[in-house]
Every structure is written in C-alpha cells, then in structure tokens.
Design a protein around this ligand. Structure first.
Ligand SMILES: C[S@@+](CC[C@H](N)C(=O)[O-])C[C@H]1O[C@@H](n2cnc3c(N)ncnc32)[C@H](O)[C@@H]1O
Length: 213
C-alpha cells in the first residue's frame, strides 16, 4: 500500500470518491500485487486518474513515460491520448515489460504504447521529438537530469508531471543526497519563470508543470 502522508481517513475518502479505473487496470493491480516484487511501485488510482484526466485535457500526440513498471500509469495516460498518439515508455526491468505487454495487448489503448528497454537517459539520447506530455516516475537519483532533458524537449504548453515529489515527507528534512535531489528539483521548478506548476499532495506528491516558453 502507498504510504499515507495526509490523514489516512481523508486519503481513503478521496480514493472512494474518485471514479474507478477501467476493469483491466483493476486486474493489472491485482496481478501486479500477486506476481511482481514491489507492487507498491505502482502509482494507483488517485495518480492514475489524475494522469488520465490531464491527458484527456491535453490530448497529447507525443508523450513520454520514464519508469513504466507493469504499465498502470502508461495505460492511464494512453487512455487519454487521441488515436494516432504515441507514448514512449522507458523501463529497465524486462520482467515488468513482459508483464505490462500482456495487458497492452488486451487494452484498446495498448497500441499507442511503444516500450523502450534500457536506462531512460540512454533512451532519451535516441529521441528526436517534441513532447506534449511526460510522466517522470523512475530512478530518483536522476530526477533533475530527467526533468531538464525533458523540459528542453517539451513544446510550449506541454506538461511534465513528476511523481513522488514529497518523497515520503523527507523533502521537509532532507538527510541524504537523494533527498537533496528531490528538494532541488522542486525548488528549481517553483523558481523558474519559464514554467508554471501546481504541487499536488496526492499520495506521495505530484508536481504538475506546464512549460510556458
Ligand atoms: C515507481 S516504478 C514506475 C511505476 C509506474 N509509473 C506506475 O505508476 O505503475 C519505477 C520503475 O522505473 C524503472 N527504472 C528504474 N531505473 C530506471 C532507469 N534508469 N530507466 C528506466 N526505468 C528505470 C524500475 O524498473 C521501475 O519499474
């Protein structure tokens, strides 16, 4: 289960008051819990429905995900993308990729997803495209690198969404280099007049950033 940073009863109420994800995604949650190590990596309903809602509003044609795991957030984003849209997903765990693909094959949105095996920074080197929408959710040590690379590739008006920006609350009292990375990426976003953002206390925190210029 996700750690609760806001009052647990409030978190449960928000969960129950948010419409359910499609049945296939509920099956994916159950399957991930049963079959994969670290099922808590999966972002879950509140983050997933937020991603789906934002994608439906933005209608991204070219999207990117850094850290796909078993495909929950990827399918949530793809659900909001128009026909012909393409979501490139970076992932280093072959077992997670194989598992995710069994769900992509069964989803009406799975054909929009293009999985790239390997470290995301290497995959980014191979991409020559303008991004409308990106979800960053892997390898926190590189969060600042991911954010800066993706910001360059994002069109004005495009969105970048970063997960786990509360970092279990450690951003308030950073003690490690890793904690400092999360603090620094949040500080830079808030101080950058070329972007506008909203920091949502959903689950472990999601920072929604819109590139202005
Ligand atoms: C938190 S999970 C992603 C969860 C997924 N976004 C979801 O909501 O269901 C992070 C994933 O990033 C992958 N990962 C770790 N380091 C990576 C890297 N350097 N490049 C690409 N993926 C990486 C891990 O294997 C893991 O599956």
């Amino acid at each position: 289960m996700a750690e609760y940073l806001v009052n647990e009863a409030i978190e449960d109420y928000a969960f129950l008051s948010t419409g359910p994800e499609p049945e296939l995604l509920q099956e994916l949650i159950d399957g991930t819990n049963a079959n994969m190590g670290w099922p808590q990596k999966l972002s879950g309903r509140l983050v997933g429905r937020t991603l789906s809602m934002l994608a439906k509003l933005v209608q991204p044609k070219q999207a990117l995900e850094i850290g796909m795991f078993t495909g929950y957030s990827a399918l949530s984003i793809a659900e909001g993308m128009p026909e012909g849209g393409k979501l490139i997903c970076c992932e280093t765990n072959p077992r997670a990729i194989d598992y995710a693909k069994t769900f992509f094959e069964r989803s009406p949105h799975g054909h929009k997803i293009d999985v790239r095996f390997g470290p995301a920074l290497e995959t980014l080197d191979t991409l020559d495209m303008e991004l409308d929408f990106t979800f960053i959710d892997a390898d926190k040590r590189n969060y600042l690198n991911y954010y800066e690379r993706v910001l360059e590739m994002t069109r004005p008006g495009g969105l970048i969404i970063l997960d786990n920006v509360l970092w279990s609350g450690k951003v308030l009292q950073p003690e490690s280099e890793l904690d400092d990375v999360l603090v620094e990426v949040n500080r830079r976003i808030a101080a950058d007049s070329n972007v506008e953002n909203v920091f949502l206390t959903v689950r472990d925190g999601i920072n929604v950033v819109r590139k202005v210029r």
